[in-house]
Ligand binder design. Structure first.
Ligand code: AMO
Length: 418
């Protein structure tokens, strides 16, 4: 047989040599025996540096005395690609490196089993989301990421030079998923990067993240969105769990099974529970955490909606529907998971006159949104939608505190490399 992988370690003991080699499947032991293995196999492995890629030809034999239960008795060893020394980041070191060192040498960091497990889990989760969306009648779409206008407020827009003119990187597919509601697609979803010039250096914010967006037409109110989210998450999580159990993945036991219906907590009640008193100021991340603990204790709830966000807080979210008869409240909500916001969404304003006036209230000029507004002039059904932060959900389930760890090559204010 022929096996190849990274040389994790090599030790020689008298007439024997032992190498531990690692590939995607795990570890295997390569054994050299004086008299049986050619002399040059000892020389080659004796010279090979840790983490070099080697290939071994030999015979696999069961051996219960070895740690791994079997060993490959080497007949031929070749270094396919040597590793320089010293390694900038240890792969098997017991002491953890700091996050910056890990991200600076991410390819080595990703040779660690637990980090690979996280990204295999993420891929399974993403696939489960896609399958569950399809079952619920959503069509997958792709919308442009180079835009003339932002949708989520000017402060977090990245501008790009577009043939001498100005364009922006998409902060979200918001305006496009809404425009698609004027077609007969009715239910669309998109899983794509979103870009935000987030100056804040927090554990929850990236400048490039994966936004899982959904939009649906002919809703009667936000309750239709909440039920869809409950259904989507239940299906997605149980699919993910089955797939991870099938493959014996170590994160299988961490997949939540939130109780339905998820509690719906109106914004003023959330403030009351936190002892904040009436007011329109938003909840900070510490408030969100505290609310998570309260709801876990009071209602045994892992996931819950915070509903009816005040219009004052959504002023720049010009597309958010204000409640008829209660213009101080919107039909907007967040879904928090154990104290972390993972989804936000709501019912949109589909009546063009109200929408134009809300654009003006946000300090913007409706003229600049002519392309977005046109579909609203020719029959736009009532609609709404939401977006889920895939990086946040992945981090939360995997149990890593920093959302950066849930991305292969994270981007934040200070990091553009690698
Ligand atoms: P919002 O801005 O709340 O809503 O974003 C939706 C979800 O995306 C995630 N998220 C982020 N994750 C990492 N880093 C960031 N900088 C970041 N910003 C947001 C969060 C958040 O809940 N257009 C609306 C959605 C809609 O109404 O359909 C929007 O973008 O998990």
């Amino acid at each position: 047989m022929r096996v190849a992988g990274h040389l994790q370690e090599y030790r020689a003991h008298g007439s024997l040599g032992f190498a531990v080699v690692r590939d995607r499947g795990g570890l295997f032991q390569v054994t050299l025996k004086k008299g049986e293995s050619p002399e040059e196999t000892f020389e080659t492995l004796g010279r090979a540096t840790r983490e070099s890629v080697i290939s071994v030809e030999g015979t696999n034999v069961e051996n219960p005395r070895t740690k791994l239960g079997s060993e490959v008795l080497a007949e031929r060893v070749e270094v396919l690609s040597p590793a320089e020394t010293p390694l900038p980041l240890g792969v098997v070191d017991k002491v953890g490196a700091d996050l910056d060192t890990r991200f600076n040498h991410r390819f080595l960091d990703l040779r660690k089993r637990e980090n690979q497990d996280l990204f295999v889990f993420r891929a399974v989760l993403e696939e489960a989301l896609r399958a569950s969306f399809r079952e619920l009648g959503f069509v997958e779409v792709e919308t442009p990421k180079i835009l003339r206008q932002g949708a989520e407020g000017g402060a977090t827009l990245f501008s790009v030079d577009y043939f001498g003119g100005k364009a922006y990187l998409a902060q979200s597919p918001q305006l496009y998923k809404q425009m698609l509601m004027a077609t007969d697609l009715e239910r669309v979803f998109e899983i794509a990067p979103a870009f935000r010039a987030e100056p804040s250096d927090t554990l929850r914010h990236l400048t490039e993240f994966t936004s899982v967006d959904a939009e649906m037409a002919y809703i009667d109110g936000p309750e239709d969105l909440w039920r869809t989210i409950e259904e989507l998450l239940s299906r997605t999580l149980s699919r993910t769990r089955s797939e991870l159990e099938r493959t014996g993945h170590p994160l299988a036991g961490r997949i939540p099974a939130p109780r339905r219906p998820f509690p719906r907590i109106p914004f003023p009640e959330a403030r009351r529970k936190l002892g904040l008193g009436p007011g329109d100021e938003d909840l900070g991340s510490e408030d969100e955490k505290a609310l998570g603990e309260i709801l876990c204790k009071e209602e045994d709830a892992e996931m819950y909606f915070i509903t009816e966000y005040p219009s004052e807080l959504k002023r720049s979210t010009f597309y958010a529907m204000r409640q008829d008869g209660h213009p101080e409240r919107t039909n907007y909500f967040d879904l928090d998971f154990g104290g972390l916001e993972i989804i936000s969404g709501g019912q949109r304003e589909h009546r063009i006159e109200k929408l134009r006036s809300q654009i003006r209230d946000a300090g913007l000029d409706p003229e600049n949104f002519a392309g977005y507004l046109e579909p609203f002039r020719f029959g736009m059904p009532p609609h709404g939608g939401f977006a889920l932060g895939l990086d946040r959900l992945t981090a939360k389930i995997a149990g890593v505190a920093n959302v950066r760890e849930a991305r292969l090559f994270p981007r934040d204010r200070f990091r553009l490399d690698p």
